[in-house]
Design a protein around this ligand. Structure first.
Ligand code: NDP
Ligand SMILES: Nc1nc2c(ncn2[C@@H]2O[C@H](COP(=O)(O)O)[C@@H](O)[C@H]2O)c(=O)[nH]1
Length: 325
């Protein structure tokens, strides 16, 4: 298997078929809804809050609310009261099963549920998927995180409607250092490997450092791309604002960090400061324009045309051109 990551792949252009990048459609469909772009802010406490989730849903973007220190039932009520879809995260512990029972008892059906644990190739996830499919059958269930084709096949067979791929490539991840495991450093080829067996959408999660990495993720099999650090440092971001030598930063910490957990136990995440980079809405517009440009370089008109391009690997033993046959 060929190993590569975002910074040692470049996609090869094909003849342009549009007169303007505005003709390129960056939208994607997931769970029966169409979203303006194939990116979703990470379900982390320093990345999203209820205000941001509401704004995203009202403006045509996908969102996944985090699952820490909040009442998921109240969140679903709030989102439905505002007339937008509800997209929540769950773990696999007793309180998560109690949340499902409370949702059912109150007649609340979130449109999207993301089962979000560090090691998602697990019987605990199988059991939670079974529970959701029985008790909340209309919910679109995303399950993860995983990093191998075997795991994608299992999650799909267990009933997941989409899988989330990425173990440790995130900017605040220390999984590979603490455990020796993961897709950190080769996330893009792990995605390619998983994409070959997937029959349902894949959400690529972690490791995106530049907007061009979104097109690369789509090329190698993602339908949606989850992003933490690039979204964390905005004026509206929920992380604490910190001033260092007159410059403003937002704190961004891992969900498995002691900052999120409140204790130092099984820590696999750290805290960093992200320079504040303006308004989230402006970044999303720029992202859409960049994806439209990617589609035009791919010689296409729609997002999935990016899947048709060849690519080159830069440097290392595997360097070369890779043609689609
Ligand atoms: N994408 C990534 O690379 C990673 C993401 N995270 C994020 O951090 C958050 C917290 O994750 P997590 O600790 O799983 O959530 P939880 O603390 O809710 O744990 C979920 C369950 O899985 C068990 N568990 C966790 N890790 C493992 C493991 N390696 N092997 C076996 N069982 C395990 C836990 O038990 P117990 O604690 O008793 O072991 C618990 O029962 C999530 O949002 C997750 O997405 C965390 C690490 C990596
Ligand atoms: N190993 C860990 N991974 C984590 C933790 N908290 C979140 N995450 C993952 O990172 C991505 C975001 O990555 P980024 O490169 O875009 O910043 C997020 O969606 C999670 O999957 C953690 O504590 N440890």
């Amino acid at each position: 298997m060929q190993i590569f990551d975002y910074d040692n792949i470049l996609l090869l252009p094909r003849k342009c078929v549009v007169e303007s990048r505005a003709e390129c459609d960056a939208s994607v469909t997931l769970g029966g809804r169409s979203f303006r772009i194939p990116t979703v802010p990470a379900n982390m406490k320093t990345v999203v809050d209820e205000t941001i989730c509401t704004w995203l849903a009202q403006n045509g973007y996908f969102y996944v609310m985090h699952r820490f220190d909040l009442d998921n039932v109240q969140f679903v009520k709030d989102m439905h009261a505002k007339g937008v879809f509800a997209s929540i995260s769950l773990g696999v512990k007793k309180p998560d099963y109690e949340t499902v029972d409370r949702l059912v008892a109150e007649g609340l059906a979130p449109e999207y549920i993301t089962i979000d644990i560090a090691h998602g190739h697990a019987d605990t996830v199988k059991n939670m998927i079974a529970c959701l499919k029985k008790k909340l059958p209309k919910a679109f269930v995303i399950a993860g995180n995983v990093g191998t084709p075997e795991a994608v096949i299992d999650l799909e067979n267990w009933g997941a409607d989409a899988t989330k791929v990425g173990i440790g490539p995130g900017k605040v991840c220390i999984t590979k250092l603490k455990t020796g495991f993961g897709t950190g450093g080769w996330q893009l080829s792990a995605l390619k490997w998983c994409g070959r067996v997937a029959t349902k959408p894949i959400i690529a999660d972690g490791g995106i450092r530049d907007h061009g990495d979104i097109a690369k993720s789509i090329r190698f099999g993602a339908s949606m791309v989850m992003i933490g650090s690039l979204f964390a440092g905005h004026e509206e971001s929920p992380g604490r604002t910190v001033e260092v030598d007159g410059a403003l930063f937002k704190e961004y910490y891992g969900s498995a960090s002691d900052f999120n957990k409140g204790e130092y136990k099984h820590v696999e995440g750290k805290r960093i400061l992200e320079p504040i980079k303006g308004k989230l809405a402006d970044t999303l517009v720029e992202m859409e324009q960049d994806i439209q440009s990617s589609i035009s370089y791919a010689g296409g008109r729609t997002l999935m045309d990016i899947r048709k391009v060849n690519y080159v690997t830069l440097g290392g033993d595997n360097a070369g051109e890779h043609l689609l046959m």
